[in-house]
Design a protein around this ligand. Structure first.
Ligand SMILES: [Fe+2]
Length: 158
């Protein structure tokens, strides 16, 4: 571990950084999956969903950056190459031959919910370890991606 401006003890910083790197892998994986959906979507809902998926990707990219930078701030390294992510992500892979609009919505909704479960679990660990700032960051992700998951689920209902 490198020097850190954080006042948390080193063993805490190691545990929190491990969680941050795990969620960085999920987030980078999910970002690539959203872009695949954004590019390949076809069907009557294209006009609404193509740009909506891009807003999800832009938002997630900013959160991924914040997660990586929090890990480095705590004195760790941030791991984020495509090859690392392919091994470390806890999300299911994305079926790249999907084209139908609402099938993409369903696939993304399932993955947003899995991502949220993992972020909430990491947040609980950060909370137990007393890292309020990591908890705040992860809470902002939960709030935003619960809203995004609702957008997707609302598109499937009615
Ligand atoms: Fe685009």
């Amino acid at each position: 571990m490198y020097r850190s401006p954080s006042h948390l003890p080193e063993d805490t910083r190691v545990k929190v950084s491990d969680q941050l790197n795990a969620r960085l892998a999920d987030g980078l994986d999910l970002h690539s999956q959203i872009k695949v959906a954004h590019w390949n979507i076809k069907g009557p809902q294209f006009a609404a969903l193509h740009p909506l998926f891009e807003t999800f990707a832009v938002s997630l990219a900013a959160f991924n950056d914040s997660i990586a930078e929090r890990a480095v701030t705590l004195g760790a390294r941030a791991y984020g190459t495509a090859r690392h992510v392919a091994k470390a992500s806890k999300l299911p892979d994305y079926p790249q031959d999907t084209s139908r609009d609402l099938e993409h919505v369903k696939l993304l909704a399932e993955r947003f919910e899995k991502y949220l479960d993992n972020v909430r679990e990491s947040r609980s660990i950060g909370d137990e370890l007393g890292d309020t700032d990591t908890v705040d960051l992860l809470t902002s992700i939960v709030t935003e991606f619960e809203k995004n998951a609702w957008f997707l689920r609302a598109s499937l209902e009615g």
